[in-house]
Each structure stands twice: as C-alpha cells, then as structure tokens.
Design a protein around this ligand. Structure first.
Ligand code: ADP
Length: 501
C-alpha cells in the first residue's frame, strides 16, 4: 500500500448473534483531521435492532453463565493477545477515527490489552468467602453471580480502552452484553468485538448496535430485557440514563465528567509541574475525563509558572495525529469544537486573559479538520464557568491561590470529583492532600491522567454514582453476591433463636 494512502470507507453493520444485521438508514464516522475522509458508513439502529440484540444476548446467557470461569478467562486472555498482535493496526484506525496522536492511540489499545490480561486472571481468582456458621453442621459461603444482560454505552474518547473496561469484566462474570458505542467511533468498537469473537467468544455473548444516543442508546437503557446498564459519558446524558434506570429499578453504573485540577505549591519542582500540566492538559487534546483543566498555583510561583507554561503550550504542534512530530491532534467533531470555543468566549467575558491560543486553527491543512489552538486562560477565578464546567478540549485555566490551604479548597470547589493532583516536595503537605482532596483518584507529583488498570477508576460527587471500574472493583460492577447456606444437621436449626444465650 502507498504510504499514507487513505483507506476505503468501511461498511459497518450491527453485529447480532454473530451475524451482520443492516438497517435501512446509515450514518458516517469521519476523520476529524480531514473531515472529508469517511472512515466508516454505519448502520443506524433503533428500537428494532436493539430488540434483536437483546434477544440474542438473552439466548446466549444460559450457556455462557454455565461456562466455567477459567474457560471464560482463557478466551479473554486470547483476546488480549490478539489485541497485542493487532495493536499497531488498531491504533492507526483509532487515530483516523477520533484523532488522538498515534502514541496515545497505542496507549489506548495497550490499556485494553492490560485489562484483558488482568481480568482473564479472575477466571481462576474470583474468590468468594467461606465463613463459619453460628450453628453446628451448617456451611456458609458466598459466590458471585452475573447480573444477566448488561447494556454497555460508551463515549468516543477511549474507543477501545473504555469498552474493554466494561465488556471484559462483564463477560468474565458470566453476563452477556448489548454494546452501544459512541457514534463517532463505530469502527474501533467493531474491531474490538471482532477480536473477542476471533478469540472464541460464542456468538450472542457480545452484540453491537450502532446508532444515535437518543434513538438507540435510550432503547438499550429502557429495554426490559436489559438487566443492568454501564454508562460512561456526559453528566447531562448520565442523568437521563440514571432517571430511566431509577424508574425501572435497574442497576446502573455511571462514570461521568470531571473538572480535574493540579495544585502547584510554592515548594514544588516547577519543571516537573510544568511537564505534568502540559501532558495532563493537552494529551488527547484535553478530551479525557481525567484531563487537567485547571492548574491552581500558589502565589509565590504564579508568575514563573504561568509564563513558562504559556511558552510551552505555544510550542505544541497541532496536526494529524498520524504525522511524526505532531503533539496535539484535532477535536473529535464540529459540535465539540464549537463548545470549546464557546468556553473561550465565556472566559473572556468573565475577565480571564487568553495567554495563548483561544481560537479555531485553520492555517494550511488544519483547515481540513476540526482543530483548536492549545489555550491557556490566566487570571481565572474559581467561580468562573471555565473554572467550574467541563470543557473537554485543549484549554487549561490557571487559577491563583493565596496559600496551600486555599489551593486545596479551590481544587475541591467544583461539582465533580474524578482526579486531582498536587505538586509539592513537602511530605506532610502531600499526605494531608491525599486525605483532603475530594476525588476518586489522587496523584502526588504526577498529572491528573495516567490511571493504571489494576486500581479502581471512578470519581466522587457528580462524577458518578459510587461505582468503580477496573482494579479490585472490576467485577463488582457486573456481579452480585449470593449467600449460600447448607444445613447438613438433618434437623431444623433456627438462626438467632437457637443461638440466643
Ligand atoms: P458526548 O456526546 O459528550 O460524548 P454523551 O453522554 O452524549 O457524551 O455520549 C456518550 C454515549 O452515550 C454515546 O454512546 C451516546 O450515543 C450515548 N447517549 C447519548 N444520549 C443518550 C441517551 N439519551 N440514552 C442513552 N445513551 C445515550
């Protein structure tokens, strides 16, 4: 193939019970760096296709939940190794489909590989408890049970990693899945499911339905044959999903937005903090739920930090993430691009200074895509919208703090609580911050991004509803405990009554 030749658009149908199922209507996914390049023409599903997928998942459920845990684990391990073998190809597809630079796309696929290897181990490690009974000749224990059919609804920013965080543990625990990926990244989603089936996952265990949120995702959430929903996305949509699930008394786990911040204290290693803020703020063009969108800087180092930060940000190179030397890729779509720009206008109106960036970039080939100049807002006060609301773009607000305690207060002063970080050389301050920062994930001397899959991931406050993904919590989201008592005494024994003394 000629280097950099544009591949032909893929034709994607829904994947139900191991077969391709079309829809009369289609939509397209596009390369955000060259929006005229269509990556895939995709079947656009609704109630009918969701219903077929739910039926397929229900039919596959009895056989799959009876499949021994270690056998399920072996399939997942094979899937992880197939992902590893196809890593480069999948990473390139990802960069074309949603724009993040190639090194980061490789990281996204690697996260799925890590998750697969990690969860596969649960096949021989899904321990329950055996606890002594209070009565003689009675056995007491717990086992994990699957929830049934799980609806997995995912966003576009980690198009393989996030599905892997949900689907690997869901099927490991014996559930079957209806997967509704984001409309911006259907090709990545399909590639992930192809890998699962190539690894030996039986047809119908994971079914994919493509479509729009309101007409397809909402059907998955509301379908009576779906027992639980695992959702990652925006707060606004999460609220709608939670309302439906609340009404239907359906289990739901939500992983929503963030307004993550780095606290830089006066005693910090400033070079290290600058590296962290740059990577945390502009990795994936700021389109991560853990992106650093605030840097809260203690007064004595405010000028030095802000000046050096703006200089570094100005040196970032925008472009197609497949090109060598590009450090920041495009914004995923026009709507998001406009949203980021609207925050710049809001910041300006509220009195922030735009130190660098602050506009759509259109020079040369950038005009072919959706690019926003990496942006730094200075003189930001904590109550401004750019300091409170999730921007999801390459824009970082620098917020001055008079002292260390108020810096922690400012860091905590948003509706969200996903990821917070502190840069300091003072051990006592670091340990106080580890306890006082209100977030599901806290970093010391590292930016707000960089979660590893062997630890739980999720946030407090409006970032979610108390669930965690990955790590030791991975199976909790997708299983329920069953307590089992076996009485082999041969007579009626009454707990709390026969034992009262
Ligand atoms: P964003 O578009 O900002 O990434 P969303 O929360 O809208 O965030 O989207 C995340 C996922 O939720 C996508 O797969 C989207 O299609 C889906 N979605 C959007 N609206 C709904 C809805 N009302 N019900 C279920 N899923 C939805």
């Amino acid at each position: 193939m000629v280097k950099n030749a544009v591949p032909r658009p893929l034709d994607l149908a829904h994947h139900i019970a191991g077969r391709s199922v079309g829809s009369p209507r289609t939509f397209t996914s596009r390369n955000p760096a060259h929006r005229d390049q269509v990556v895939a023409v995709v079947a656009r599903g609704g109630a009918e296709e969701v219903n077929l997928a739910v039926q397929a998942a229900r039919s596959a459920l009895p056989g799959w939940r009876r499949t021994p845990w270690p056998v399920r684990g072996e399939i997942l391990l094979r899937a992880a190794e197939l992902l590893a073998a196809r890593k480069e190809e999948l990473a390139r597809l990802m960069t074309r489909e949603m724009g993040k630079v190639l090194t980061e796309s490789r990281g996204d696929v690697q996260e799925a590989i890590d998750m697969g290897r990690f969860i596969a181990g649960a096949g021989r490690r899904a321990f329950g408890e055996t606890v002594p009974s209070e009565l003689p000749d009675k056995w007491a224990m717990t086992v994990r049970q699957p929830l049934g059919v799980v609806g997995c609804i995912t966003p576009w920013n980690f198009p393989i990693a996030i599905p892997s965080w949900k689907i690997f543990p869901a099927v490991m625990a014996g559930n079957t899945v209806v997967f509704k990926p984001a409309e911006d990244t259907p090709a990545c989603a399909m590639a992930f499911v192809e890998v699962l089936e190539a690894a030996g996952l039986p047809p119908g265990v994971v079914n994919v339905v493509f479509g729009m949120g309101e007409e397809c995702g909402a059907e998955v959430v509301a379908h009576p044959g779906v027992d639980a929903v695992s959702f990652t996305g925006s707060v606004a949509t999460g609220r709608v999903v939670a309302e439906t699930c609340g009404r239907l008394l359906k289990k739901v786990s939500l992983e929503l937005g963030g307004k993550n911040g780095i606290v830089v204290l006066a005693d910090a290693d400033l070079e290290l903090a600058l590296d962290g803020a740059l990577w945390g703020g502009f990795g994936t063009s700021g389109q991560r739920c853990t992106a650093t969108s605030r840097v809260i800087v203690e007064r004595p180092v405010l000028d030095a930090f802000t000046h050096a930060f703006a200089e570094r940000v100005a040196g970032l190179r925008l472009g197609d993430g497949l090109e060598e030397g590009v450090t920041v890729g495009p914004i995923v779509n026009q709507r998001q691009l406009e949203r980021v720009d609207s925050y710049t206008r809001s910041g300006r109106a509220e009195g922030a200074r735009i130190l660098v960036g602050g506009e759509v970039a259109t020079e040369g080939r950038l005009a072919e895509g959706w690019f926003y100049r990496p942006t730094v807002y200075a003189d930001v006060s904590p109550q401004m919208r750019i300091a409170q609301e999730e921007i999801f773009g390459p824009a970082v607000a620098v917020i001055p703090a008079p002292d260390a305690d108020s810096a922690i207060g400012i860091a905590n002063g948003t509706a969200y609580g996903l990821s917070l970080s502190i840069y300091t050389r003072d051990l006592a301050r670091a340990f106080h911050a580890m306890s006082d920062l209100e977030a599901g994930i806290v970093y010391v001397n590292a930016p707000t991004i960089g979660a590893e899959i062997q630890l739980p991931f999720g946030g407090v406050k409006q970032t979610g509803n108390g669930h965690r993904e990955a790590g030791s919590a991975a199976l909790d989201e997708f299983s329920e405990w069953k307590s089992i008592y076996v009485d082999y005494s041969g007579r009626l024994q009454r707990a709390q009554i026969d034992t009262s003394r």
